[in-house]
Design a protein around this ligand. Structure first.
Ligand SMILES: [Zn+2]
Length: 388
C-alpha cells in the first residue's frame, strides 16, 4: 500500500534563508540518511533515535579516542502518536520554535516520522505557514495549506481529521473543507464509514448511556489513561500487564529482546493480511498491513496471541479498541465530552466556558479528573515546568 509515493528527503520549504526537508524513515528519509547533517531535526519520539546514531563508550577508556565522531543535529523529539497530534504541545510551542530557528541561525531543518505522511505533514504545514511571509502565503484556510504541502511533498500528507484541526488551531486559520478521505485503512476490521452527522445523531438520540454511575464512568476514563503495569520476572525478563478489552494482556520481553504476548479474555477476529508490530523504542503496538516494511532494529513482530492489542478506550461503547479500529479519535473525544455532561451541538462542537470547541481540543486532566481544553492543560504544564 502506498508503495509508489515519495522516497528520501524532499525539499519542501525555502523561506527566509531556511530550508526544510520532509521524509519518512521507512521511505529512505529522515535526518540520519541526509548527505549533509541538518542543523535541526524534528519529529516524534521513537523515530529520531531508531537508528543507532550514537556510540556510547565509558569515560576514561582509551578506545574512546579511536572511534569516528559522527555529527548529530539538534534533536527535538515530540511525544506524538501515529495518526494523531502531539500530546503535550500546542500553538505556543510552534511559535517559539519558529523564533528559535531564526534567532539561533538554523539554516536546515529535517522533519520526519515513520511514513513521512501524517506527522511529517503536520510539521511541514505549520512551519510552511509561519516561515512564509504573509504576503506570499497562497492559502487562506487549512485545507489550502495542506494541499500546498501535498503538492510540494506527497499527496498523502496529513492523515487524520484531528491533524487538520490541529493545524488550524496552531496556525490560526479557518479549517476549510475536510481534505481527509475516509479510508478503509483506518480500520483493520471493516470498511465502515461513519459521517460526523451520523455520530452526532447517534449520540444525541442515545438517551440511555451505557454507563450511568459517575463512579464507574471515571473508572473507565482512568483505565483509558493508565499505562501497563511493569515488573521483572525471575529470569530478569520484563513483564507488562494491562487490563484491556475485558481481559488481561501479558507481554514478556526477555533479556535477549524476544517478545511474547498472551491475552486472556473475550475474542475478536482480526482481518487477514494484517500483523501486530511492537515498537521497541516506545513499547507501542501497532497493526500494520502484512506487506508494510519497517526498520528491523526498532520493530519486532508480535506472534502468538495478538487479540489483546487494544489500548484506546471508546467512551461511546465502553470498550477498548486498537486506534486503527476507532472511527477516529474525534469520536472518542466527543464521547468523553458527553460522559462529562458537557453540552454538544449539532456540528459536534463542545461547549467549554461558554465557547464552542472542536472535540480534538479537549483533553482529560488526570489530576483533576475532568475534561479541559488542551490549550489550558498545555499552559498549566508549561507554567508548572517554569516554576520548577
Ligand atoms: Zn508519500
Amino acid at each position: 500500500m502506498r508503495g509508489n509515493c515519495h522516497t528520501g528527503n524532499i525539499t519542501v520549504i525555502e523561506e527566509q534563508g531556511v530550508t526544510v526537508y520532509g521524509g519518512g524513515t521507512n521511505r529512505d528519509g529522515g535526518w540520519h540518511v541526509m548527505a549533509e547533517v541538518p542543523d535541526l531535526a524534528l519529529g516524534p519520539r521513537g523515530v529520531m533515535r531508531s537508528v543507532h546514531y550514537k556510540d556510547i563508550i565509558p569515560d576514561g577508556w582509551k578506545c574512546a579516542s579511536a572511534f569516528i565522531t559522527k555529527q548529530v543535529p539538534i534533536l527535538i523529539e515530540i511525544d506524538w502518536p501515529d495518526f494523531s497530534i502531539p500530546n503535550n504541545l500546542g500553538k505556543e510551542f510552534w511559535l517559539a520554535l519558529v523564533d528559535d530557528i531564526k534567532e539561533k541561525g538554523i539554516k536546515t531543518v529535517s522533519c520526519q516520522c515513520m511514513g513521512g505522511h501524517g506527522r511529517t505533514g503536520v510539521q511541514l504545514a505549520i512551519l510552511m505557514h509561519y516561515l512564509t511571509p504573509e504576503d506570499r502565503r497562497t492559502w487562506s484556510d487549512t485545507a489550502d495549506l495542506i494541499m500546498e504541502v501535498r503538492r510540494r511533498m506527497c499527496e498523502h500528507c496529513v492523515e487524520s481529521k484531528e491533524q487538520q484541526y490541529y493545524i488550524a488551531e496552531v496556525c490560526d486559520l479557518p479549517e476549510g473543507e475536510s481534505v481527509i478521505e475516509s479510508r478503509g485503512f483506518e480500520s483493520a476490521w471493516n470498511n465502515i464509514s461513519v459521517s460526523e452527522d451520523d455520530i452526532a445523531k447517534a449520540m444525541m438520540d442515545d438517551k440511555k448511556p451505557k454507563r450511568k454511575s459517575k463512579k464507574k464512568k471515571q473508572g473507565s476514563l482512568k483505565q483509558w489513561l493508565t499505562p501497563p503495569k511493569e515488573h521483572f520476572g525471575e529470569n530478569g525478563e520484563r513483564i507488562l500487564t494491562e487490563e484491556v478489552d475485558g481481559g488481561t494482556r501479558t507481554t514478556t520481553i526477555d533479556k535477549d529482546g524476544k517478545v511474547s504476548s498472551e491475552w486472556r479474555g473475550k475474542r475478536k477476529s482480526v482481518q487477514k493480511g494484517w500483523k501486530a508490530m511492537l515498537c521497541l523504542d516506545n513499547d507501542r503496538t501497532v497493526w500494520m498491513p502484512e506487506d508494510e516494511e519497517v526498520p528491523k532494529d526498532s520493530w519486532t513482530r508480535v506472534d502468538g496471541d495478538i487479540d489483546g492489542f487494544s489500548d484506546q478506550f471508546c467512551a461511546a461503547t465502553g470498550d477498548t479498541f486498537h486506534p486503527l479500529e476507532m472511527h477516529d479519535a474525534q469520536t472518542s473525544k466527543l464521547a468523553m465530552a458527553q460522559f462529562a455532561e458537557l453540552e454538544i451541538n449539532n456540528d459536534n462542537r463542545v461547549k467549554v466556558r461558554g465557547r464552542w470547541y472542536h472535540p480534538a481540543f479537549l483533553e482529560f486532566d488526570e489530576d483533576k479528573m475532568e475534561v479541559m481544553l488542551a490549550s489550558d492543560l498545555w499552559k498549566e504544564a508549561s507554567k508548572k515546568e517554569s516554576e520548577e
